[in-house]
Design a binder for this molecule. Structure first.
Ligand SMILES: Cc1cc2nc3c(=O)[nH]c(=O)nc-3n(C[C@H](O)[C@H](O)[C@H](O)COP(=O)(O)OP(=O)(O)OC[C@H]3O[C@@H](n4cnc5c(N)ncnc54)[C@H](O)[C@@H]3O)c2cc1C
Length: 489
């Protein structure tokens, strides 16, 4: 019989925290996981939010992993429709296979994403622009710039003209900074080995290797990503784990080498939870700043770590103007690169999973806005913000205002950990946190790294392996750090 006389507090019940809790329950006999989650549900920023019967992710979340252990875990909870010959109309617990369709909306037209040298691109750009872009690309291929920042990185791979058209203003929209003021490491990690040549070869099917950005198929639960996290949470409780909802960690009781307990506010009440191990997926900024025994130098670096926040407007519509041969476009998401609107991206939830939309004849879209918490857009009332979003989308010719049946708005804090400002000193923070013998940093904001769901889950699972003495803490930080980590499959 299992005794589980030791405990591990896991801060945050997003993918990283849930994966860690599940690993404790399946890989150890003596450690009980206690998940402490500040919101009222699991899944973190990978949850699916339902509004009047329609579901939206916090930005559509495609499930793709190069790691077989992760894929197996996903398919254990949600069997794959193709491998198991499941008809999704007849079974709710099922993983759908989806085609990755996405395009760029620019010049009020749809371009392939990533940019490819297709006939459609030439037609949309016009002959003159195409020739200028071609020469500009050749120039950048011959005269390589020294890569000091993201602008240099992009121009070296796409040429100045394509960079100005497709990256410059969009990057600024997303990150709130000009690419000149963003480090080239961002491009190295996010875009990996992508370049115009590779995009063209891929478009022409002349290469077997697919860059991460170009992976063509992904998995997706019938009822959105949140379905997976809800199933995992049920299993964790069934196996003996605890989940505390509406419980925010507001203090970490520590000395120089060890953590002893966390102070939480649970449903308005202050409590302390002692434990043997502490796994943290809360933002590093908050973690370092709420330690009772603070290190002022580290608090300074952590306080300046930058994030980008994010907002969504969900619109339930009678119709959408983006059509192919009279039918709804097959894009899952579209990058809005028009500089005259603040709108950054839109998701068409029908194309992620038709089961997320209440009425099959209607359309459910989500409009994505990048912002900073507390800025003028963040502070706008729901009514004003939704009006702005509807006006912009109608101005682009994507919807007609009279087709809006219903709408909602969501705010998401710290959606993107960013790699500028004090991030340059991040290694010092990492070294400092690693000194706490029973603290393990996991997940996306927990490591301040642009981790996807699979990376986040792996950090949680590997943290358990560190505790079991199978690997060292370095392994946690090396996930999603290698240049070649997930570029091909
Ligand atoms: C727009 C967008 C699109 C994305 N698309 C994809 C995609 O297509 N594919 C993909 O794989 N990944 C995608 N991601 C990344 C994915 O969302 C993250 O990798 C994943 O959610 C990170 O999991 P996590 O558990 O580390 O963190 P989170 O999901 O952020 O979860 C952390 C949890 O900790 C809780 N918490 C925070 N502070 C405290 C505290 N003080 N006390 C208690 N609880 C606390 C939070 O409430 C949250 O539930 C996307 C992200 C965004 C923003």
């Amino acid at each position: 019989m299992q005794t589980r006389d030791k405990t591990a507090v896991i801060i945050g019940a997003g993918p990283a925290g849930l994966a860690a809790a599940y690993a404790f329950l399946t890989e150890t006999n003596d450690i009980k996981p206690i998940l402490v989650e500040k919101s009222d549900s699991v899944g973190g920023i990978s949850k699916t939010v339902f509004f009047d019967g329609n579901g939206i992710d916090i930005g559509g979340h495609r499930m793709f992993s190069k790691n077989q252990q992760i894929v197996d875990l996903w398919e254990y909870f949600l069997p794959d429709e193709i491998k198991n010959n499941i008809n999704p109309d007849e079974q709710d617990i099922v993983m759908l296979r989806r085609k990755r369709f996405s395009e760029i909306f620019y010049l009020r037209k749809l371009f392939a994403y990533p940019i490819s040298m297709s006939l459609k691109t030439f037609k949309n750009m016009g002959l003159k622009r195409t020739i200028i872009a071609g020469f500009s690309y050749l120039k950048s291929a011959i005269f390589k710039r020294k890569e000091n920042n993201l602008e240099d990185f992009m121009i070296n791979r796409f040429g100045k003209v394509l960079y100005s058209m497709f990256f410059e203003s969009y990057t600024e929209k997303v990150w709130g900074r000009h690419p000149r003021n963003i480090s080239k490491e961002w491009g190295e990690q996010r875009i990996k080995g992508l370049s115009l040549v590779k995009a063209v070869l891929n478009a022409l099917h002349l290469t077997k290797k697919k860059e991460t950005t170009l992976i063509e198929e992904f998995s997706y639960p019938k009822y959105g990503c949140g379905q997976l996290w809800n199933l995992m949470a049920c299993k964790i409780v069934e196996l003996g784990g605890e989940i505390h909802y509406n419980s925010e960690v507001v203090g970490i009781c520590n000395d120089d080498n060890k953590i002893y307990s966390v102070k939480i506010i649970e449903n308005g009440e202050e409590k302390y939870i002692d434990a043997d191990y502490f796994l943290s997926s809360m933002p590093i900024k908050d973690l370092v700043c709420c330690m009772t025994n603070k290190n002022d130098d580290m608090v300074k670096i952590a306080s300046d770590l930058p994030y980008r926040d994010y907002m969504l407007v969900g619109l339930y519509l009678n119709d959408l103007s983006l059509k192919e041969n009279g039918k709804l476009t097959h894009d899952c998401w579209i990058y809005i690169q028009e500089p005259d609107v603040k709108l950054g991206r839109m998701q068409i939830m029908n194309n992620w999973s038709p089961y997320l939309v209440k009425d099959k004849d209607k359309i459910f879209i989500s409009l994505e806005y990048f912002c900073n918490e507390g800025d003028e857009y963040w502070n706008m009332s729901d009514e004003d913000f939704i009006k702005m979003a509807v006006d912009e989308t109608a101005k682009l010719g994507i919807i007609k205002k009279e087709d809006v049946i219903n709408s909602t708005r969501l705010r998401v804090q710290k959606a993107y950990p960013a790699y500028f400002d004090s991030y340059i000193d991040f290694d010092k923070i990492r070294e400092y946190l690693d000194k706490f013998e029973n603290l393990y940093c996991i997940g996306r904001n927990g490591q301040h790294r642009y981790n996807n769901m699979d990376h986040s889950m792996l950090t949680g699972m590997e943290a358990v392996n560190v505790i079991l003495g199978k690997v060292t803490k370095d392994v946690l930080w090396n996930i999603n750090a290698e240049q070649e980590y997930h570029e091909s499959k």
